[in-house]
Structure formats: C-alpha cells, structure tokens
Design a protein around this ligand. Structure first.
Ligand code: ATP
Ligand code: ATP
Ligand code: CA
Length: 217
C-alpha cells in the first residue's frame, strides 16, 4: 500500500531516505530551509517546499499535520531538531522518526515523545566493523543487546550438505531464516534443503552463538 511521508532536512541522510521511499513506490514531501537542497530531490520527491521546520505556521501551511509519518533529518542543529520534533508531536503526528546526534539529544527526543530515534552513523559504524573483521559476514542487524541477524557466506565445509546433516540449530543454537543463491531466495528452508559453497545464509541468534557459527561455517 502506498504511504505518504514528510522528510524535513535534506542532508545526505534525508536525501537517501527520500530516494529509497520513492524507489519503493511511496509519496514523499521533502522540506528544507535551504533552496539548493531541494534541487537534489527534484526527481524523487512528490512535493518539495522551502520551509523552516521550527516554524509552526509553515508546517501547518504545508499540511504536515495530515501525514502519519514524518522523518526529522535535521543534523547539526540540535536545537532546531528538538523544536521541530516537539511541534510535530503537538500536532499529534503518530509516527515521528528523528535522527539523533548524540546521547543528550536522544534523551531529550525521547522525553518529548519522538516515536523512533535513529543514529545512522553509529549503526553504520557497527555494521562496517562487522564487515571489517570478517570477510564472511556480509550484513549485520542488531536486534537487541543479545540478538542479531547476520548474512554469512557458506564455506566449502558445508558444501552439498542438508540442513539436517549440518545440525546447525542443535550445534550452534542459531536459526537459518533464509538461503540466498544468486538471485533466488529460499525463505524458511526445510531440513532437507541443501547448502552450497558461496550460498548466503540469513541467520538469527544470540551474538555469541553467531560468533561461534561464523568461525566454523
Ligand atoms: P548528513 O550527515 O545526513 O549529510 P547532517 O547530519 O550533517 O546531514 P545537516 O547537513 O546539518 O545534517 O542538516 C541536514 C539538512 O537539514 C540541511 O540540508 C539543512 O539545510 C536542513 N535544516 C537544518 N535546519 C533546518 C530547519 N530548521 N528547517 C528545515 N531544514 C533544516
Ligand atoms: P559523522 O557524520 O560521522 O559524525 P562527519 O562526516 O560529519 O562525521 P566531521 O565531524 O566533519 O565528519 O569529521 C569527523 C572527525 O574527523 C572529527 O572528529 C574531526 O575532528 C576529524 N577530522 C576532520 N578532518 C580531519 C583531518 N584533516 N585530520 C584529522 N582529523 C580530521
Ligand atoms: Ca554528519
């Protein structure tokens, strides 16, 4: 189903969110107070407007209150980010996502009711570190302090073995959610499905179990 989003602040992060939402077939209203920034989204934003996200009148004038999802991607100006978020929550927008700059910014956003607080640089740093230390780990999503999902390349030791034969769940306590082979993705694989060298496994589990699995897989 098509959804409608507002993005306020068109730095690298805001523009990237905007183009991906467009790519996924959704409508995006892009707002920045700097006219030059709007040029970057002419092809991907459904509407765009020059406005100050901390100006309640402008936000109302643009009809922002009619949207369910707003992303505040104002970066370095923490004060503007906080004020903008506050105005959006006062307008009763149900789903407000905000890019936080640091711990204190996060705390304030939490107090004023931001629904999702994101730290793209921090999260990306985590993921890249995972890639750096292991050439088998292709991607990494942290679910909680304890659990993650990783994408791991199958080594030759599992080649041509069924899941049953590898006994992965019993031995390592991790669960294979999907097996990717070239363009084909096998979701929730069966015990007699086979693994091939260079397949990519999407695996969920405790971080320490995943580490153990990575080291042998
Ligand atoms: P990134 O790292 O994603 O490139 P950033 O975190 O460095 O971005 P900035 O470049 O500081 O963030 O800000 C992102 C955008 O937000 C800029 O294009 C800026 O013009 C815009 N912006 C800043 N304050 C406001 C405001 N009050 N209203 C609307 N847009 C704003
Ligand atoms: P991020 O978005 O990851 O927070 P950024 O892309 O906005 O970072 P900056 O904050 O401009 O980048 O720079 C990151 C760090 O790099 C800063 O701590 C800064 O002091 C340092 N830095 C910038 N230029 C240099 C340089 N020429 N030599 C050494 N350190 C530098
Ligand atoms: Ca930045």
């Amino acid at each position: 189903m098509k959804k409608q989003f507002v993005i306020i602040g068109l730095g690298r992060f805001g523009v990237s969110v905007c183009s991906e939402l467009h790519e996924l077939g959704h409508e995006v209203m892009a707002i920045d107070m700097n006219e030059d920034k709007l040029n970057e989204v002419t092809d991907v934003a459904t509407h765009s407007a020059i406005a100050d996200g901390t100006d309640e009148k402008s936000l109302r004038g643009l009809g922002v209150r009619n949207f369910d999802h707003v992303i505040v991607a104002i970066g370095d100006n923490i004060q503007a980010s906080i004020l903008c978020t506050l105005l959006l929550k006062e307008m009763d927008i149900p789903d407000v996502w905000v890019k936080a700059q640091n711990y204190y910014h996060h705390k304030v956003l939490d107090k004023i009711g931001a629904d999702h607080i994101i730290h793209p640089e921090h999260d990306m740093g985590h993921r890249i570190a995972q890639h750096l230390v292991s050439d088998k780990v292709l991607d990494y999503i942290e679910l909680s302090d304890e659990y993650s999902i990783v994408e791991i390349v199958v080594s030759s030791s599992f080649h041509n073995k069924t899941l049953l034969e590898t006994d992965i769940r019993a031995k390592y306590g991790v669960t294979i959610l999907a097996i990717k082979r070239n363009e084909h993705v096998n979701i929730s694989p069966m015990p007699d499905d086979k693994l091939f060298h260079k397949d990519v496994l999407v695996v969920v589990g405790r971080k320490k179990d995943l580490k153990r699995f990575e080291s042998i897989s």
